[in-house]
Design a protein around this ligand. Structure first.
Ligand code: GA4
Length: 333
């Protein structure tokens, strides 16, 4: 009997993987203060070691985040049938549980949007589909514009720290009007039935690296984000809704010839509280060649990777499973 009622309660979580709870909290989380004169060196150090850091004193007002969070929750609290009208995410729109198109699932619902130009993405959703309020408000656009500006500054500091010349070698790719960047609003609903799983955690968004150059995440004060350290242990990142969390993506790993590592990360669902996160994925134009930057290469240093364009990498990534090591296909043998 007990078994029966448990499985009924977990019906809507079926197919979604669980994992053993990770107790270790990332105590030494690298924190970069954007106004610190040493920021450029700290960014390099932490991107080499973790491919990840927390950014404080970033200058993006809290209000941008709270406004968008409120709009996001208004949307995610709509009846399922209403939300489905904004889906499927092919490639932009609303998605629920399904991640990508190769069978990955997670305890998450989301909106995927193009960022460039923002208007086009919203139009493409609103012309062909119903128009939930979130697409009519300026909250998405205002947030993205502010986060983009901050991200350009971060990658320019990174370029300074790495002595990359010119210093806009990375930021120009994100600023380009053809930059293939995107934006994601995630909602991880609470899953009270988790208790029945005997202390196991439900996977909200399975482990993966981000294919782009850089990802900039902000979330509400709910835990769930975990990163994988060099020694392959998983640690949970204490939430902080006032800060951004920055991830190195695969393209940046290649452009630095492996000096910076793209970070594997995942999100676990909580049993009682809902998590909202918003992520800007900064990518280059589709036609851009992704190769180690000349000014970073030592004299006889060779590229660890075959040459490819962002379009080739993205196409290959979108055919892969979420947890795959996608750069493997592009490494020189
Ligand atoms: C991970 C980073 C971004 O969220 C994303 C994801 C994309 C998707 O959700 O459609 C992918 C995933 C992400 C990498 C591998 C492929 C594509 C799901 C998936 C299984 C929008 C992106 O650009 O790549």
């Amino acid at each position: 009997m007990v078994v029966h009622s448990q499985s009924a309660a977990l019906d809507h979580c079926s197919l979604i993987k669980t994992c053993k709870p990770t107790t270790s909290v990332f105590k030494g989380i690298p924190v970069v203060d954007l106004r610190d004169p040493e920021a450029k060196n700290l960014i390099v150090k932490t991107c080499e070691e973790y491919g990840f850091f927390k950014l404080v004193n970033h200058g993006v007002p809290m209000e941008f985040f709270t406004r968008l969070e409120a709009e996001a929750l208004k949307f995610f609290n709509l009846p399922q049938s209403e939300k489905d009208k904004a889906g499927p995410p092919d490639p932009f729109g609303y998605g629920f549980k399904k991640i990508g198109s190769n069978g990955d699932v997670g305890w998450v619902e989301y909106l995927l949007l193009n960022t460039n130009p923002q208007i086009t993405s919203l139009k493409s959703l609103t012309v062909f589909r119903e128009t939930p309020e979130i697409f009519r408000s300026s909250a998405v656009n205002d947030y993205i514009q502010a986060v983009k500006r901050m991200t350009f500054e971060v990658v320019e500091l990174l370029a300074d720290g790495l002595k990359i010349e010119p210093r806009d070698a990375l930021s120009r790719l994100l600023r380009d009007e053809k930059s293939d960047s995107c934006f994601r609003l995630n909602h991880y609903p609470p899953c009270p039935e988790l208790q029945a799983l005997g202390g196991r955690n439900l996977i909200g968004f399975g482990e993966h690296t981000d294919p782009q150059i850089i990802s900039v995440l902000r979330s509400n004060n709910t835990s769930g984000l975990q990163i994988c350290l060099r020694d392959k242990t998983w640690v949970s990142v204490p939430p902080d809704q006032t800060s951004f969390f920055i991830n190195v993506g695969d393209a940046l790993q290649v452009m630095t010839n492996g000096r910076l590592r793209s970070v594997r990360h995942r999100v676990l669902a909580e049993s009682m509280r809902s998590r909202v996160s918003m992520i800007y994925f900064g990518g280059p134009p589709l036609s851009e060649k992704i190769a180690p930057l000349a000014s970073l290469m030592a004299k006889a240093e060779e590229s660890l990777y075959e040459e490819f364009t962002w379009w080739e990498y993205k196409t290959s990534a979108y055919k892969s499973r979420l947890g795959d090591y996608r750069l493997g296909l592009f490494e020189k043998k």
